[in-house]
Design a binder for this molecule. Structure first.
Ligand SMILES: Cc1ncc(COP(=O)(O)O)c(C=O)c1O
Length: 370
């Protein structure tokens, strides 16, 4: 048996690029410029090229990136407090916090039980005269976009906003997620496929006006030094993080390939009928941020794997509508979302997971009997 298998060994991932990272960090240290310098400029340009958008605006984290998109639409007069935003009910809380933070109203829509992405067949029914946007969350690293969803957005003149926090490098028919809608938020939380050594975020868009409002909002609302057009905040991306991200961006595609190898082994190797495997819509385009299985005996499976030295996590144990911060929704019934939150278990997946470890995990899962 291998030693304890971490859900995600960040130290091992970072060590792989440590000499390049050390050089990049030292360069920033020596530069004397720690905010709003050339590392941000280079990273924004590289990231916009990678995603395929005209603009990329760095900011402090993924939640802020989402907040700034909606706030910028409000500042531009395209959305107003009380307007509705359609969002998957099973997303991470940040997608929803960004909507309510702007005094917009989230309309929770159920996901598909097999892909975990928002159910595109339910979106049109959720549209009202107050709907202004659909927030597509590419959850677990799989693309949530479909032409059908885009058609609904076009028909009702809705903004299509993407939450790409979990899906750097993911594609739809060759186009990267983050370039499919009107604007997209990305997180560089350390555990993400493209992770910083701390917090970080970025917004991508082709919309020049939106980009410049978001840039101002993340810098106190300032359009030029000491001129404050908006009530913004301090939400900038550090130069050190931008330098680290520049190093890691160059290796993102190779890391995604390694994740895909693990996912393939899981899908081919896990045969225990008690485990439901995720539906992969397109192997070449999925980036496998999280490998979610479902099991009606989830807690027992988790404990069993822990006894065998395998660390797992749950994404996520309590859905947003059952959280205390959204008390007003606690009685809502969203059975698909609730089933996912009751049964989901995330297996270790990362570019640092070895073949032996993957084989061992598969063997143990296949032995599980509650
Ligand atoms: C789907 C989703 N949206 C938004 C965020 C927020 O990103 P951050 O942690 O960088 O604020 C995260 C990650 O944490 C996420 O998983």
């Amino acid at each position: 048996m291998p030693q304890l298998i971490d859900f995600l060994n960040l130290k091992k991932i970072t060590e792989k690029y440590s000499s390049e990272i050390n050089d990049a960090v030292n360069r920033v240290v020596r530069s004397g410029r720690y905010l709003q310098g050339c590392e941000n400029e280079i990273f924004e340009s590289n990231y916009a090229d990678y995603i395929g958008t005209k603009y990329a605006v760095g900011c402090a984290n993924g939640l802020d990136a989402l907040i700034w998109i909606f706030r910028a639409y409000i500042e531009l007069g395209l959305m107003h407090r009380g307007d509705e935003v359609i969002v998957p009910a099973n997303t991470f809380i940040a997608s929803i916090l960004a909507i309510t933070e702007n005094e917009l109203v989230p309309i929770l829509v159920e996901p598909d039980i097999n892909t975990y992405q928002i159910d595109g067949n339910l979106i049109e029914d959720a549209v009202t005269s107050k709907t202004r946007a659909v927030l597509l969350v590419h959850l677990y690293g799989q693309c949530a976009y479909t032409e059908k969803i885009e058609n609904v957005c076009r028909k009702y003149d809705l903004k299509m906003v993407e939450d790409n926090a979990q899906a750097h490098g993911c594609k739809h028919r060759g186009r990267k997620t983050g370039s499919l809608g009107d604007a997209a938020a990305h997180s560089f939380y350390p555990g993400k496929n493209l992770g910083a050594l701390g917090d970080g975020g970025i917004i991508t868009t082709d919309d020049e006006k939106l980009a410049s409002v978001m840039r101002a909002l993340s810098n106190y609302g300032s359009t030029e030094k000491y001129i404050f057009k908006y009530r913004g905040r301090n939400s900038r991306l550090d130069e050190i993080q931008a330098a680290v991200l520049n190093v890691k961006l160059a290796h993102l595609d190779e890391d995604v390939k390694l994740r895909e190898k693990v996912a393939k082994a899981y899908i081919q190797g896990i045969t225990n009928p008690l485990i439901s495997l995720p539906q992969v819509m397109n192997w070449k385009e999925h980036v496998f941020h999280i490998f979610p299985v479902r099991c009606s005996q989830r807690e027992r499976l988790k404990d069993f794997l822990a006894e065998k030295g395998i660390q797992t996590l749950i994404h996520y144990p309590i859905p947003p509508h059952k959280q205390e911060c959204y008390k007003e929704w606690n009685n809502l019934q969203l059975p698909v979302t609730e089933k996912i939150h009751d049964e989901e278990l995330s297996l270790p997946i990362s570019p640092a997971l070895t073949e032996d470890e993957t084989t061992y995990i598969i063997g143990q899962i296949n032995k599980f009997r509650p």
